[in-house]
Design a protein around this ligand. Sequence first.
Ligand code: NDP
Length: 342
Amino acid sequence: CTVFVSGANGFIASHVVNELLSSGYKVIGSVRSQAKADQLLEHFSHPELTISIVSDISAAAAFDEIFSKYGQDIKVVLHTASPFHYDTEDCEKDLLQPAVEGTKSILQAIKKYAAHSVERVVITSSDAAVTSYESDIDPKNLHTEDSWNSITWEEACKDAEAAYYGSKTFAERAAWEFMHENEGKINFKLSTVNPVWVFGPQLSDSNATGRLNTSCQYINDLVHSTPKTKLDMSIAGGYVDVRDVARAHLAAFQKAAAIGQRLVLCAGRFTLVNIVDVLDKRFPKLKGKIASGDAEESKKLLSSLARYDYSKTNHILEFEFLPFEKTIYDTAAQVLKVEGRL
Ligand code: NDP
């Protein structure tokens, strides 16, 4: 069975590709450049991996070439490519459009070239499409798989973080709308995977230097913090390990119960103080040399967050999420190992 993975070199997607190849799937991945393709092919060195180039998912008909070439062989599509960074002066062009247009163009390409071969499509959405920042810091709220971020396009253009939330919300909405509009015209089924903050080691040590992907960079910053660094106590939310996110992408297309569902992945809640606590405990060499936090303030922050119930997802997945301490330890240990400090 052949699986197509967009953005195959990404932090999450590279773990997904790893899980697919180890489970015996053939994988066709897309990346933005030949250099990234070569890196990935060299890392996996696997006969069942093919990589193609899609230089910009926001371009019109971005996926047509790949699906006209390989569409007949592809049974499963995992669309993970989407901008996740805050480095922009033009929120629409850099964040909102690639997310929304990329989602629409991959679905259109499947409809056009692979309507009879593709059976399952999984889109990597986010909890950013489930809750807004404001809604998540209100203890009166209860979030479930049916919750939606109510952000408007105008609000999403306010700044880069709002644009990221908007990009995930509007892209996921576009996908469900596409399914609705094409009912009876397409055979494939849609599921989404909506993770909270994803932490964990990079698949390859070569990616664990310099700036990491947006979510893991928060841990990297703490590993490189000083006792003078002030922890940002506005940061609190859910965490989940990248290896669990990869497993969930496979479950999302393997399980009948996942059809038409949003799988919201959340292993628990954290603050930056909780991360520093793990670093202090597991890396005694760092203790006293990195930032420290106020345990009481952290507890107060956690108790002021919204409640959530993603038990529907957990029933579908049927596996336990990795614990926080392991996730944080493995992320930081890889960085320290690469720096020769472990
Ligand atoms: P990465 O930045 O590591 O991966 C993003 C991938 O998308 C990369 O392959 C990137 O290519 C590609 N991409 C971005 N913009 C474009 C574009 N315009 N054209 C073509 N390709 C593009 O991030 P993650 O692995 O963390 O994110 C993967 C997915 O998971 C995203 O959809 C993200 O929104 C979602 N997600 C991530 C969470 C997290 O905490 N990490 C939480 C919830 C959801 P390149 O490497 O060349 O830039």
